[in-house]
Design a binder for this molecule. Structure first.
Ligand code: SF4
Length: 328
């Protein structure tokens, strides 16, 4: 397939968020500081390329802390873990480096506070997603999961006045979640909400950006892995906005029939997809067209950054001090 000149419009913001950046750097620094192998519970972030790259550098991804040799170091992924995972690690005398995104920790803290105050919680999220499993683990007997607005009708008849609150997974569709919240507040008008939305800044910014992108393009390609919740939501948001949209792991998954005679193509990437994958997609178009014109559509400027986990900061500080000590 060969195309006429194509206009590629890149959404901004796109790609890595502060939580993913921190989690990936945590594993990279752990590998530098203590050498391979470094054990990581679950995929550090939901991206196959990132995981494969870290594996070649010595990271070993495991499903459970019981797969980590006793006394070794284990990194917990950005999605957060249930308290039972922490106690499992303690029983095996593991050194834990917790790369849970601070915005996921915020939801865990809300769950702990509501649980301590005797609330029942409705968690809006996707069953089986690691973040949901971790959050539900904070109060297993006091939380009910809801995935769709239709499920609100089948929730128990909580008596009026029973302390009730809802929380959400951080990477949901802002629009779809609004519908679930409306159904909840309609059925339980006294239900309480977190002070600030649990859907994180990166998720909402990327969705707002893809909506604008959909207005000026004929097709939106979303780069991300199939298990990346926020990437899947970007495809849905683009489709809801009226354009064709597909999730691709990388340029090798582009189906030329999607493009046909379309000349305005939007590109974005999920919060766990590295920028080099965007460059790969741009090159794919360059190699198959009379020319490409690349521009960026920025809807908001992001400058969020999170500190690395404390054990990594402490180790880095010690490495920085060491040469000075030797010189003395
Ligand atoms: S998507 Fe949001 S909650 Fe998830 S790691 Fe990124 S900033 Fe944190």
């Amino acid at each position: 397939m060969y195309m006429a000149e194509v206009e590629l419009i890149l959404a901004a913001p796109r790609g890595y968020c502060a939580g993913v950046d921190r989690a990936v750097e945590t594993v990279e620094q752990a590998l530098k500081l203590q050498g391979a192998p470094v054990y990581v519970r679950k995929q550090i972030v939901h991206n196959l390329h990132v995981v494969a790259d870290l594996e070649t550098r010595g990271a070993i991804f495991v499903d459970d802390v019981t797969d980590v040799p006793e006394g070794a170091t284990v990194v917990f992924s950005a999605h957060g873990v249930a308290p039972t995972v922490h106690s499992g690690a303690e029983q095996r005398s593991l050194t834990v480096i917790d790369a849970t995104c601070p915005l996921v920790t915020k939801v865990h803290n809300e769950a702990k506070r509501y649980d301590a105050a005797g609330y029942h919680m409705v968690l809006i999220g996707h069953a089986e997603h690691e973040e949901v499993v971790g959050t539900m683990g904070e109060a297993p007997g006091a939380m009910t999961l809801v995935e769709h607005a239709a499920e609100v009708a089948s929730l128990p008849d909580f008596p009026e006045g029973q302390p009730l609150a809802y929380l959400t997974q951080t990477t949901l569709s802002v629009d779809e979640t609004r519908g679930i919240i409306e159904a909840l507040t309609h059925r339980f008008p006294w239900i309480e909400s977190p002070e600030k939305s649990d859907i994180c800044y990166a998720t909402s910014n990327r969705q707002a950006a893809v909506k604008e992108l959909a207005k000026v393009t004929e097709l939106v390609l979303v780069i991300g892995s199939a298990n990346s919740s926020n990437s899947c939501r970007l495809v849905e948001v683009a489709r809801d906005a009226g354009v064709d949209s597909y999730l691709i792991e990388d340029e090798s998954e582009i189906d030329p029939t999607w493009i046909g005679d379309r000349t305005k193509i939007g590109i974005t990437s999920g919060a766990s997809a590295p920028e080099r994958l965007v460059l790969g997609v741009i090159e794919w178009f360059r190699d198959r067209s009379d020319g490409i014109n690349v521009s960026e559509l920025e809807t908001v400027h992001e400058d969020v950054a999170f500190q690395l986990p404390r054990p990594i900061r402490r180790a880095l500080a010690m490495v920085a001090v060491e040469p000075v000590t030797k010189d003395l």
